[in-house]
Design a protein around this ligand. Structure first.
Ligand SMILES: Nc1ncnc2c1ncn2[C@@H]1O[C@H](COP(=O)(O)OP(=O)(O)OP(=O)(O)O)[C@@H](O)[C@H]1O
Ligand SMILES: [Mg+2]
Length: 235
C-alpha cells in the first residue's frame, strides 16, 4: 500500500475529531474523501501530513510509520499536502512562488526540470510566470498552490477542496488540469465538497461523517447509494 491508516485518532485540545479512521490507498490510485462540514476531512489530511499530531493509531507511507514525523519531514518523503485555504505569496511572482515549493524537493532535483513539468501541466502558470501571484484569479491561485506542491516532486499529493469558492466553469477547468495530473500516475487523495466532481474524478471514495468512516466503495457504486444520493447529491 502507498498509504495505510489504521484506527487513527486525532483532534485539537481536549476534543477528538477523528475517532478511529482506517483508510488504504494503493500506488497510483485516486481516492476521494467526502463528507459534511466539520466531519474531520481537513483534520484527516492535516494529521497525515504532520500538522496535527496523531493521538493513536498508525499512519504508514510506503511501508514506514510516519505518525511521529513533522510536517517538514513528511513532504521530503514525497507526500505533499495542498491545504484548504490556498496560500500563495501575493507579492512574489508566480515563478518565485513555485521556487518556494522546490525547497521540499529531494536533493539533486533539477529546479528547471521541475518548473518545466509544472508549466507543462498548467500552461497558464507558464504564461503568467513573471506576474505577481496576488493578481491571479481564485482558480489560478489554486493551480499555483498545486503547482508549488508539485515542485517538491511528490509521488503522492493530498488536495483539500481544490474547488472551494470557485465558479462552476472554473471548477471544470480545475478538474481538467487535475486530469493531467492524474494521468502522470501520481497517487491522489482528494477531499472535496463537490461530491459530483469528487466521485467523477476518483475511482474510489470514503464517506467521512462525525470523525468516522460511514461508507466506502467504488465511486460508481457510491453514486447509486441511497444514503449518498440523499445526503450529498440532493436526490
Ligand atoms: N484548529 C482547530 N482547533 C480546534 N478545532 C478545530 C480546528 N480545526 C477544526 N476544528 C474542529 O474540528 C472539527 C473538524 O473540522 P475539519 O476542518 O477537519 O472538518 P472538515 O470536514 O474539513 O469540514 P469542512 O467541510 O468545513 O472543511 C470541527 O468541529 C472543527 O470545528
Ligand atoms: Mg475542511
Amino acid at each position: 500500500m502507498k498509504l495505510s491508516i489504521e484506527a487513527l485518532v486525532s483532534g485539537y485540545g481536549v476534543v477528538d475529531v477523528l475517532h478511529g479512521v482506517s483508510i488504504e490507498i494503493a500506488e497510483g490510485e485516486v481516492v476521494a474523501v467526502i463528507g459534511p462540514n466539520g466531519a474531520g476531512k481537513s483534520t484527516l489530511l492535516r494529521t497525515i501530513s504532520g500538522m496535527v499530531a496523531a493521538r493513536s493509531g498508525t499512519i504508514r507511507y510506503e511501508g514506514s510509520e510516519i505518525g511521529s514525523l513533522t510536517s517538514s519531514e513528511i513532504p521530503r518523503l514525497g507526500l505533499v499536502h495542498v491545504p484548504e485555504a490556498r496560500h500563495v505569496f501575493g507579492r512574489l511572482t508566480v515563478e518565485q512562488n513555485l521556487v518556494v515549493g522546490a525547497s521540499a524537493a529531494p536533493a539533486g532535483t533539477n529546479r528547471k526540470d521541475a518548473l518545466a513539468e509544472v508549466y507543462d501541466l498548467f500552461p497558464m502558470l507558464g504564461q503568467k510566470a513573471r506576474d505577481l501571484a496576488g493578481g491571479l484569479s481564485g482558480g489560478q491561485q489554486q493551480m499555483l498552490a498545486i503547482g508549488r506542491a508539485l515542485m517538491a516532486r511528490p509521488s503522492m499529493i493530498m488536495l483539500d477542496e481544490p474547488s472551494l469558492g470557485l465558479a462552476p466553469l472554473v471548477v471544470e477547468q480545475m478538474y481538467e488540469a487535475l486530469d493531467g495530473l492524474r494521468r502522470t500516475g501520481l497517487t491522489i487523495l482528494l477531499v472535496e465538497q463537490d461530491v459530483y466532481m469528487a466521485l467523477d474524478f476518483a475511482r474510489r471514495a470514503y464517506v467521512l461523517e462525525n470523525g468516522g468512516i460511514a461508507l466506502a466503495g467504488a465511486s460508481a457504486a457510491l453514486v447509486n447509494d441511497d444514503h449518498v444520493r440523499r445526503s450529498y447529491l440532493g436526490i
